[in-house]
Design a protein around this ligand. Structure first.
Ligand SMILES: O=C(O)/C=C(\CC(=O)C(=O)O)C(=O)O
Length: 309
């Protein structure tokens, strides 16, 4: 049965609901592991979806996120503002506050945000802002506005999370280079995994990371990037083989600057919805040693989101 969307909203046709009843991962997460990319959606009746959104998801509440965290064996979450909530961070803030310190947030703010609002976000656990450049998800925001926001949040010790398509990296390169904070790239900058891992496309991204020590990378979302599958469903325990070499290369070359997240509840997927337990099993293939796993899942996210613990 289709999952609900409350508050009188209608879910975008064709987009799948998140997977109910995920398996227990066979990969053993290290103690203190952080799911560093996930979302909460609504519920729409309590936290309405933004008028400017490009899609309407099914509801995915904080209680459901925390249940998944416990089921998979994560200790903490980093909840990232998705575009369906625009710059209204209330659902995100509510989830962070309810987490008892076990969730941090990455918000979306406009240039008009006040200092008091930024302070309130910080008190709730927000430690970054997200700039989204994926054209199917957002309307264009001028770069000088984004730079102004970055300069203001720098004072709070926050960072900038960026989401873009690989083809847009050359145009965004100078802007990212000039950002005064750490820059965290979502989903490896969305490489075309039909191309060789040592081909010019991905090499450009690796060069970008090599040249910019302030750039971090989420080696996340194989389910979005994979062209070959098989999907993490129905007990298929070795999913997304075509994405593995890309993620593994980033983990091995930049072990101190990588993060991993489930991306639950996986907005905008039409093809299949992964079993999050099997998605966790993917980690063993991209971070093959206990040391790499500890950096990816514990040390790095703790340094960025809970530096005092
Ligand atoms: O969940 C993600 O990270 C990826 C998304 C959605 C998104 O980023 C958003 O709506 O803000 C996507 O590729 O559609």
């Amino acid at each position: 049965m289709s999952k609900p969307v409350s508050g009188g909203f209608t879910k975008t046709p064709g987009w799948l609901d998140w997977y109910t009843g995920p398996s227990k991962p066979s990969f053993q997460l290290p103690p203190g592991a952080v799911d560093a990319h996930c979302h909460v959606f609504g519920p729409g009746a309590q936290f309405p979806y933004a008028p400017e959104r490009k899609y309407t998801p099914c509801d995915a509440s904080k209680e459901q996120l925390f249940a998944l965290r416990d089921h998979l064996g994560f200790a903490r979450n980093v909840i990232v503002q998705a575009t369906c909530h625009g710059a209204d961070n209330r659902a995100l803030v509510d989830a962070c506050l309810a987490s008892g310190g076990r969730a941090r947030g990455v918000a979306t703010v406009r240039r008009s945000v006040s200092d008091a609002e930024l302070q309130a976000l910080h008190a709730a656990g927000v430690r970054g802002v997200r700039f989204n450049f994926v054209k199917r998800l957002v309307d264009f925001t001028p770069k000088e506005e984004l730079l102004e926001i970055a300069q203001r949040i720098q004072a709070l010790g926050w960072h900038v999370v960026v989401y873009f398509e690989a083809a847009d990296l050359p145009e965004l390169w100078d802007f990212f280079s000039a950002l005064p904070t750490p820059v965290v790239v979502d989903h490896m900058g969305r490489p075309d995994v039909s191309q060789p891992v040592d081909g010019p496309g991905f090499e450009l991204f690796l060069k970008f990371m090599r040249q910019h020590p302030h750039v971090w990378c989420k080696v996340s979302c194989p389910e979005r990037l994979s062209l070959a599958g098989p999907p993490a469903l129905d007990g298929q325990a070795a999913p997304y083989r075509d994405v593995r070499p890309f993620a593994r290369r980033v983990v091995e070359q930049f072990p101190e600057r990588v993060l991993w997240g489930t991306d639950w509840p996986h907005p905008n997927l039409k093809d299949h919805m992964p079993d999050d337990g099997l998605l966790v099993d993917f980690i063993a293939h991209i971070a093959p040693t206990p040391e790499l796993q500890r950096k990816l899942l514990v040390d790095n996210p703790m340094r960025l989101y809970w530096p005092d613990e």
